[in-house]
Design a protein around this ligand. Sequence first.
Ligand SMILES: [Zn+2]
Length: 421
Amino acid sequence: MKRLLTVLLLLSVFACGQAQDINGLIISNISIVDLEKGSVVPNQSVKISEGRITQIDDIGHQAEDDFPVIDGTGKYLIPGLMDCHVHTTAGPPNVLISQLEKALKDGVTMVRDMGGDAVMINEWQKDENLEIPTIYTSAIFAGKSWMNNDRRALMSAHRTTPGTTAWLRSIDSTEKIDQYLDEAKAFGLNGIKVYADLTAEKLNKITDKASERDMIVYAHATVYPATPIEVVTSGVVSVSHSERLLTVLDEKVAQTYHLDQNNNRNYIPEDLNSQPVINLIDAMKQNNVALDATLLVSKIRSEQIGDNQDSRLKTVYALTRKIYEAGIMVLAGTDYMIERESGATNLHDELILLVEKAGLSNLDALRAATINPAEVFKLDGYGQVAIGKIADLVLLNSNPLDKIANTKDVFLVIKNGKRLD
Ligand SMILES: [Zn+2]
Protein backbone atom coordinates (compact mmCIF):
# COMPACT_ATOMS: atom_id res chain seq x y z
CA MET A 1 0.00 0.00 0.00
CA LYS A 2 2.76 2.35 0.97
CA ARG A 3 4.50 1.59 -2.28
CA LEU A 4 1.32 2.23 -4.26
CA LEU A 5 0.90 5.57 -2.51
CA THR A 6 4.45 6.50 -3.37
CA VAL A 7 3.82 5.62 -7.00
CA LEU A 8 0.60 7.63 -7.04
CA LEU A 9 2.33 10.55 -5.40
CA LEU A 10 5.13 10.42 -7.95
CA LEU A 11 2.63 10.20 -10.77
CA SER A 12 0.74 13.20 -9.54
CA VAL A 13 3.93 15.21 -9.14
CA PHE A 14 4.91 14.18 -12.65
CA ALA A 15 1.47 15.12 -13.96
CA CYS A 16 1.70 18.55 -12.33
CA GLY A 17 5.14 19.15 -13.81
CA GLN A 18 3.91 18.14 -17.23
CA ALA A 19 0.77 20.17 -16.96
CA GLN A 20 2.84 23.28 -16.41
CA ASP A 21 4.97 22.52 -19.45
CA ILE A 22 2.33 21.56 -21.97
CA ASN A 23 -0.58 23.72 -20.95
CA GLY A 24 -0.21 27.39 -21.23
CA LEU A 25 -0.38 30.92 -20.07
CA ILE A 26 -2.60 33.91 -20.31
CA ILE A 27 -1.28 37.44 -20.52
CA SER A 28 -4.05 39.80 -19.58
CA ASN A 29 -4.62 43.47 -20.26
CA ILE A 30 -1.45 44.04 -22.27
CA SER A 31 -0.61 46.53 -25.02
CA ILE A 32 0.53 44.65 -28.13
CA VAL A 33 3.05 46.36 -30.40
CA ASP A 34 1.81 45.57 -33.92
CA LEU A 35 4.96 45.52 -36.04
CA GLU A 36 3.09 45.33 -39.33
CA LYS A 37 0.94 48.38 -38.72
CA GLY A 38 3.33 50.20 -36.45
CA SER A 39 0.70 50.79 -33.79
CA VAL A 40 -0.02 49.78 -30.23
CA VAL A 41 -3.21 47.81 -29.53
CA PRO A 42 -4.20 48.32 -25.87
CA ASN A 43 -6.09 46.08 -23.42
CA GLN A 44 -5.44 42.79 -25.15
CA SER A 45 -5.54 39.33 -23.72
CA VAL A 46 -3.19 36.73 -25.20
CA LYS A 47 -3.67 33.03 -24.69
CA ILE A 48 -0.76 30.65 -25.16
CA SER A 49 -1.22 26.92 -25.38
CA GLU A 50 1.41 24.25 -25.97
CA GLY A 51 4.02 26.79 -26.99
CA ARG A 52 1.92 28.75 -29.47
CA ILE A 53 -0.33 31.78 -29.39
CA THR A 54 -3.87 30.44 -29.71
CA GLN A 55 -6.06 33.45 -29.05
CA ILE A 56 -5.77 37.23 -28.96
CA ASP A 57 -8.68 39.51 -28.10
CA ASP A 58 -9.92 42.11 -25.68
CA ILE A 59 -12.25 39.84 -23.74
CA GLY A 60 -9.89 38.26 -21.25
CA HIS A 61 -9.61 34.55 -20.49
CA GLN A 62 -8.81 34.62 -16.81
CA ALA A 63 -11.28 31.93 -15.87
CA GLU A 64 -10.39 29.49 -18.62
CA ASP A 65 -8.34 26.34 -18.41
CA ASP A 66 -6.77 27.16 -15.06
CA PHE A 67 -3.86 28.66 -16.96
CA PRO A 68 -1.61 30.92 -14.92
CA VAL A 69 -2.33 34.58 -15.66
CA ILE A 70 0.34 37.23 -16.10
CA ASP A 71 -1.00 40.70 -15.42
CA GLY A 72 0.18 42.76 -18.38
CA THR A 73 -1.21 46.07 -17.15
CA GLY A 74 1.10 48.87 -18.25
CA LYS A 75 3.35 46.49 -20.20
CA TYR A 76 4.10 46.21 -23.93
CA LEU A 77 4.25 42.90 -25.77
CA ILE A 78 6.67 42.37 -28.67
CA PRO A 79 7.84 39.21 -30.44
CA GLY A 80 11.13 37.76 -29.22
CA LEU A 81 14.12 39.53 -30.74
CA MET A 82 16.55 37.88 -33.15
CA ASP A 83 20.24 38.68 -33.25
CA CYS A 84 20.95 37.94 -36.90
CA HIS A 85 24.71 37.64 -36.56
CA VAL A 86 26.45 35.81 -33.73
CA HIS A 87 29.39 33.44 -33.40
CA THR A 88 28.93 30.65 -30.90
CA THR A 89 32.47 29.44 -31.31
CA ALA A 90 34.31 32.44 -29.96
CA GLY A 91 35.16 31.07 -26.51
CA PRO A 92 34.92 28.10 -24.14
CA PRO A 93 31.48 26.35 -24.24
CA ASN A 94 30.55 27.25 -20.65
CA VAL A 95 31.19 30.94 -21.35
CA LEU A 96 29.20 30.77 -24.58
CA ILE A 97 26.29 29.08 -22.84
CA SER A 98 26.21 31.74 -20.15
CA GLN A 99 26.28 34.42 -22.87
CA LEU A 100 23.35 32.77 -24.63
CA GLU A 101 21.45 32.54 -21.33
CA LYS A 102 22.08 36.22 -20.71
CA ALA A 103 20.92 37.16 -24.21
CA LEU A 104 17.68 35.21 -23.72
CA LYS A 105 16.99 36.95 -20.42
CA ASP A 106 17.39 40.23 -22.29
CA GLY A 107 14.76 39.27 -24.86
CA VAL A 108 16.84 37.63 -27.60
CA THR A 109 14.88 34.46 -28.30
CA MET A 110 16.69 33.52 -31.51
CA VAL A 111 20.16 33.98 -32.93
CA ARG A 112 21.59 33.23 -36.33
CA ASP A 113 24.90 31.53 -35.76
CA MET A 114 27.24 32.38 -38.61
CA GLY A 115 28.98 29.05 -38.76
CA GLY A 116 30.04 27.54 -35.46
CA ASP A 117 30.58 24.01 -34.21
CA ALA A 118 27.32 22.45 -35.40
CA VAL A 119 27.79 19.25 -33.40
CA MET A 120 28.06 21.24 -30.17
CA ILE A 121 25.15 23.49 -31.10
CA ASN A 122 22.94 20.46 -31.77
CA GLU A 123 23.78 19.11 -28.33
CA TRP A 124 22.84 22.41 -26.73
CA GLN A 125 19.57 22.61 -28.61
CA LYS A 126 18.57 19.12 -27.49
CA ASP A 127 19.39 19.83 -23.84
CA GLU A 128 16.08 20.74 -22.23
CA ASN A 129 17.80 22.06 -19.13
CA LEU A 130 19.44 24.87 -21.07
CA GLU A 131 17.48 28.09 -21.31
CA ILE A 132 19.04 29.62 -24.40
CA PRO A 133 17.75 31.23 -27.61
CA THR A 134 16.81 29.04 -30.55
CA ILE A 135 19.90 28.83 -32.74
CA TYR A 136 19.50 29.18 -36.49
CA THR A 137 22.52 27.27 -37.78
CA SER A 138 24.76 27.87 -40.78
CA ALA A 139 27.09 25.74 -42.85
CA ILE A 140 30.12 27.71 -44.00
CA PHE A 141 31.03 27.18 -47.64
CA ALA A 142 34.41 28.74 -48.46
CA GLY A 143 37.56 28.22 -50.43
CA LYS A 144 40.27 25.87 -49.29
CA SER A 145 42.77 28.59 -48.38
CA TRP A 146 40.32 30.05 -45.86
CA MET A 147 39.48 26.65 -44.41
CA ASN A 148 43.13 25.79 -44.00
CA ASN A 149 44.32 29.08 -42.61
CA ASP A 150 41.61 30.64 -40.48
CA ARG A 151 41.69 29.76 -36.80
CA ARG A 152 37.89 30.13 -36.59
CA ALA A 153 37.54 27.24 -39.02
CA LEU A 154 39.65 25.11 -36.71
CA MET A 155 37.61 26.21 -33.68
CA SER A 156 34.35 25.16 -35.37
CA ALA A 157 35.58 21.85 -36.74
CA HIS A 158 34.79 19.70 -33.68
CA ARG A 159 38.13 17.88 -33.92
CA THR A 160 37.70 17.12 -37.62
CA THR A 161 39.73 18.60 -40.47
CA PRO A 162 38.21 21.99 -41.38
CA GLY A 163 36.46 21.88 -44.73
CA THR A 164 35.54 18.21 -44.68
CA THR A 165 32.21 18.16 -42.85
CA ALA A 166 28.59 19.12 -43.54
CA TRP A 167 28.86 22.34 -41.53
CA LEU A 168 32.30 23.46 -42.68
CA ARG A 169 32.81 22.79 -46.34
CA SER A 170 35.74 23.55 -48.55
CA ILE A 171 34.56 24.31 -52.09
CA ASP A 172 37.44 23.38 -54.35
CA SER A 173 35.44 22.81 -57.52
CA THR A 174 31.82 23.08 -58.59
CA GLU A 175 31.45 19.31 -59.01
CA LYS A 176 30.32 18.23 -55.58
CA ILE A 177 28.10 21.15 -54.68
CA ASP A 178 24.90 19.08 -54.97
CA GLN A 179 26.29 16.52 -52.59
CA TYR A 180 27.53 19.15 -50.11
CA LEU A 181 24.15 20.85 -50.03
CA ASP A 182 22.36 17.54 -49.50
CA GLU A 183 24.69 16.77 -46.62
CA ALA A 184 24.16 20.18 -45.04
CA LYS A 185 20.41 19.70 -45.28
CA ALA A 186 20.56 16.14 -43.92
CA PHE A 187 22.60 17.42 -40.99
CA GLY A 188 19.78 19.82 -40.18
CA LEU A 189 21.65 23.05 -40.89
CA ASN A 190 19.28 25.94 -41.55
CA GLY A 191 21.26 27.98 -44.05
CA ILE A 192 24.47 28.23 -46.07
CA LYS A 193 26.88 31.04 -45.38
CA VAL A 194 29.27 31.74 -48.23
CA TYR A 195 32.27 33.32 -46.71
CA ALA A 196 35.54 33.70 -48.58
CA ASP A 197 37.76 32.65 -51.44
CA LEU A 198 34.98 31.81 -53.87
CA THR A 199 34.70 32.73 -57.54
CA ALA A 200 31.43 34.06 -58.93
CA GLU A 201 31.07 30.77 -60.84
CA LYS A 202 31.20 28.70 -57.65
CA LEU A 203 28.96 31.13 -55.81
CA ASN A 204 26.30 31.05 -58.54
CA LYS A 205 26.31 27.30 -58.62
CA ILE A 206 25.86 27.16 -54.84
CA THR A 207 22.86 29.52 -54.92
CA ASP A 208 21.29 27.78 -57.95
CA LYS A 209 21.57 24.32 -56.45
CA ALA A 210 20.45 25.58 -53.04
CA SER A 211 17.31 27.15 -54.48
CA GLU A 212 16.43 23.81 -56.15
CA ARG A 213 16.44 22.40 -52.62
CA ASP A 214 14.63 25.36 -51.04
CA MET A 215 17.73 26.16 -49.01
CA ILE A 216 18.79 29.66 -48.05
CA VAL A 217 22.20 31.14 -48.86
CA TYR A 218 23.66 34.31 -47.40
CA ALA A 219 27.03 35.97 -47.61
CA HIS A 220 29.73 37.94 -45.97
CA ALA A 221 30.01 41.20 -47.92
CA THR A 222 33.36 40.19 -49.28
CA VAL A 223 33.72 36.74 -50.76
CA TYR A 224 36.62 37.65 -53.07
CA PRO A 225 37.49 36.88 -55.77
CA ALA A 226 33.68 37.24 -56.21
CA THR A 227 33.10 41.00 -55.88
CA PRO A 228 30.29 42.56 -53.80
CA ILE A 229 28.27 43.16 -56.99
CA GLU A 230 28.69 39.53 -57.99
CA VAL A 231 27.66 38.49 -54.48
CA VAL A 232 24.45 40.52 -54.37
CA THR A 233 23.40 39.36 -57.85
CA SER A 234 24.11 35.68 -57.15
CA GLY A 235 20.88 34.81 -55.34
CA VAL A 236 21.94 35.29 -51.70
CA VAL A 237 19.26 36.62 -49.35
CA SER A 238 21.48 38.85 -47.23
CA VAL A 239 24.96 40.30 -46.96
CA SER A 240 26.75 41.04 -43.71
CA HIS A 241 28.69 44.11 -42.62
CA SER A 242 28.14 47.57 -44.10
CA GLU A 243 31.79 48.23 -43.38
CA ARG A 244 32.97 45.49 -45.71
CA LEU A 245 30.75 46.80 -48.51
CA LEU A 246 32.89 49.94 -48.56
CA THR A 247 35.50 48.04 -50.50
CA VAL A 248 33.21 48.18 -53.51
CA LEU A 249 34.09 51.83 -53.87
CA ASP A 250 37.61 51.28 -54.95
CA GLU A 251 38.64 48.99 -57.77
CA LYS A 252 42.13 48.58 -56.39
CA VAL A 253 40.89 47.68 -52.93
CA ALA A 254 38.40 45.28 -54.45
CA GLN A 255 41.10 43.48 -56.37
CA THR A 256 43.56 43.20 -53.53
CA TYR A 257 41.18 42.82 -50.62
CA HIS A 258 41.64 39.09 -50.25
CA LEU A 259 45.40 39.46 -50.34
CA ASP A 260 45.67 42.22 -47.82
CA GLN A 261 42.57 42.42 -45.66
CA ASN A 262 44.15 44.22 -42.75
CA ASN A 263 45.63 46.99 -44.81
CA ASN A 264 42.50 47.42 -46.87
CA ARG A 265 40.41 47.78 -43.74
CA ASN A 266 41.93 51.22 -43.34
CA TYR A 267 40.54 52.36 -46.65
CA ILE A 268 38.19 55.34 -46.33
CA PRO A 269 36.16 56.12 -49.41
CA GLU A 270 35.33 59.71 -50.15
CA ASP A 271 32.26 59.57 -52.30
CA LEU A 272 29.13 57.63 -51.53
CA ASN A 273 27.48 59.06 -54.65
CA SER A 274 29.90 57.32 -56.96
CA GLN A 275 28.69 54.94 -59.63
CA PRO A 276 29.95 51.76 -57.92
CA VAL A 277 27.83 52.54 -54.84
CA ILE A 278 24.78 53.38 -56.91
CA ASN A 279 25.22 50.12 -58.82
CA LEU A 280 25.60 48.12 -55.63
CA ILE A 281 22.49 49.58 -54.03
CA ASP A 282 20.47 49.09 -57.23
CA ALA A 283 21.61 45.48 -57.41
CA MET A 284 20.67 44.85 -53.76
CA LYS A 285 17.25 46.31 -54.34
CA GLN A 286 16.56 44.44 -57.58
CA ASN A 287 17.71 41.15 -56.10
CA ASN A 288 15.94 41.59 -52.76
CA VAL A 289 19.14 41.30 -50.74
CA ALA A 290 18.83 42.36 -47.11
CA LEU A 291 21.63 44.13 -45.24
CA ASP A 292 22.91 42.72 -41.96
CA ALA A 293 24.64 45.98 -41.08
CA THR A 294 26.53 45.09 -37.84
CA LEU A 295 27.16 48.74 -36.95
CA LEU A 296 28.10 48.12 -33.34
CA VAL A 297 31.07 45.97 -34.17
CA SER A 298 32.34 48.67 -36.53
CA LYS A 299 31.96 51.21 -33.74
CA ILE A 300 33.76 49.02 -31.21
CA ARG A 301 36.62 48.34 -33.60
CA SER A 302 36.87 51.99 -34.48
CA GLU A 303 37.18 52.89 -30.80
CA GLN A 304 39.88 50.29 -30.36
CA ILE A 305 41.91 51.41 -33.35
CA GLY A 306 41.50 55.19 -33.18
CA ASP A 307 43.40 57.17 -35.84
CA ASN A 308 41.45 57.78 -38.99
CA GLN A 309 38.60 55.63 -37.87
CA ASP A 310 36.13 58.37 -37.07
CA SER A 311 35.69 59.31 -40.66
CA ARG A 312 35.59 55.66 -41.70
CA LEU A 313 32.88 54.95 -39.13
CA LYS A 314 30.85 57.94 -40.31
CA THR A 315 31.06 56.55 -43.84
CA VAL A 316 29.87 53.14 -42.60
CA TYR A 317 26.86 54.81 -40.99
CA ALA A 318 26.20 56.93 -44.08
CA LEU A 319 26.31 53.92 -46.40
CA THR A 320 23.88 52.03 -44.16
CA ARG A 321 21.55 55.03 -44.19
CA LYS A 322 21.74 55.21 -47.96
CA ILE A 323 20.92 51.53 -48.31
CA TYR A 324 18.01 51.82 -45.85
CA GLU A 325 16.65 54.90 -47.60
CA ALA A 326 16.74 53.02 -50.90
CA GLY A 327 14.10 50.70 -49.39
CA ILE A 328 16.37 47.74 -48.75
CA MET A 329 15.51 45.54 -45.80
CA VAL A 330 17.83 45.88 -42.81
CA LEU A 331 18.62 43.09 -40.34
CA ALA A 332 19.93 43.59 -36.81
CA GLY A 333 23.03 41.56 -36.09
CA THR A 334 25.84 42.18 -33.65
CA ASP A 335 28.71 39.84 -34.60
CA TYR A 336 29.44 40.17 -30.92
CA MET A 337 26.45 39.04 -28.91
CA ILE A 338 27.59 40.09 -25.43
CA GLU A 339 29.76 43.07 -24.53
CA ARG A 340 32.79 41.48 -22.92
CA GLU A 341 33.46 44.08 -20.28
CA SER A 342 30.01 45.11 -19.17
CA GLY A 343 28.30 41.77 -19.93
CA ALA A 344 25.47 43.64 -21.65
CA THR A 345 23.50 42.13 -24.51
CA ASN A 346 24.60 44.04 -27.59
CA LEU A 347 21.52 43.67 -29.78
CA HIS A 348 19.81 46.58 -28.01
CA ASP A 349 22.74 48.86 -28.77
CA GLU A 350 22.77 47.72 -32.39
CA LEU A 351 19.11 48.79 -32.61
CA ILE A 352 19.97 52.17 -31.10
CA LEU A 353 22.75 52.69 -33.65
CA LEU A 354 20.42 51.72 -36.50
CA VAL A 355 18.06 54.46 -35.35
CA GLU A 356 20.54 57.16 -34.38
CA LYS A 357 23.19 56.66 -37.05
CA ALA A 358 21.45 55.02 -39.99
CA GLY A 359 18.12 56.84 -39.72
CA LEU A 360 15.83 53.86 -39.17
CA SER A 361 12.54 54.64 -37.47
CA ASN A 362 12.02 52.92 -34.12
CA LEU A 363 9.52 50.67 -35.86
CA ASP A 364 11.94 49.70 -38.63
CA ALA A 365 14.68 48.99 -36.08
CA LEU A 366 12.29 46.66 -34.23
CA ARG A 367 11.39 45.01 -37.52
CA ALA A 368 15.10 44.48 -38.21
CA ALA A 369 15.16 42.06 -35.27
CA THR A 370 11.72 40.46 -35.74
CA ILE A 371 9.61 40.33 -38.90
CA ASN A 372 12.48 41.11 -41.28
CA PRO A 373 14.59 38.08 -40.34
CA ALA A 374 11.42 35.95 -40.19
CA GLU A 375 10.77 36.92 -43.80
CA VAL A 376 14.34 36.71 -45.09
CA PHE A 377 15.11 33.36 -43.46
CA LYS A 378 11.59 31.93 -43.98
CA LEU A 379 10.90 31.47 -40.27
CA ASP A 380 7.15 31.08 -40.61
CA GLY A 381 6.33 30.66 -36.93
CA TYR A 382 8.33 33.65 -35.73
CA GLY A 383 8.61 37.40 -35.73
CA GLN A 384 5.09 38.49 -34.82
CA VAL A 385 2.58 38.48 -32.01
CA ALA A 386 -0.19 36.69 -33.90
CA ILE A 387 -2.42 33.65 -33.58
CA GLY A 388 -0.60 30.46 -34.56
CA LYS A 389 2.88 31.88 -34.03
CA ILE A 390 5.38 30.32 -31.62
CA ALA A 391 5.12 32.00 -28.25
CA ASP A 392 8.58 33.55 -28.09
CA LEU A 393 7.60 36.86 -26.55
CA VAL A 394 9.00 39.79 -24.60
CA LEU A 395 7.05 41.96 -22.18
CA LEU A 396 8.57 45.42 -21.87
CA ASN A 397 7.94 48.00 -19.17
CA SER A 398 7.86 50.81 -21.71
CA ASN A 399 6.91 51.39 -25.34
CA PRO A 400 9.73 50.70 -27.83
CA LEU A 401 7.96 52.72 -30.54
CA ASP A 402 8.47 55.81 -28.35
CA LYS A 403 12.13 55.12 -27.77
CA ILE A 404 14.12 52.20 -29.19
CA ALA A 405 16.26 51.92 -26.04
CA ASN A 406 13.09 50.74 -24.29
CA THR A 407 13.83 47.24 -25.64
CA LYS A 408 16.31 47.11 -22.75
CA ASP A 409 13.49 47.63 -20.29
CA VAL A 410 12.51 43.94 -20.12
CA PHE A 411 9.85 42.88 -17.64
CA LEU A 412 9.59 39.24 -18.62
CA VAL A 413 10.55 36.82 -21.40
CA ILE A 414 8.47 33.89 -22.65
CA LYS A 415 10.24 31.18 -24.66
CA ASN A 416 8.22 28.47 -26.41
CA GLY A 417 5.25 29.40 -24.26
CA LYS A 418 7.21 29.03 -21.05
CA ARG A 419 7.77 31.94 -18.74
CA LEU A 420 11.42 32.45 -17.76
CA ASP A 421 12.16 33.32 -14.19
ZN1 LIG B 1 30.76 37.55 -38.13
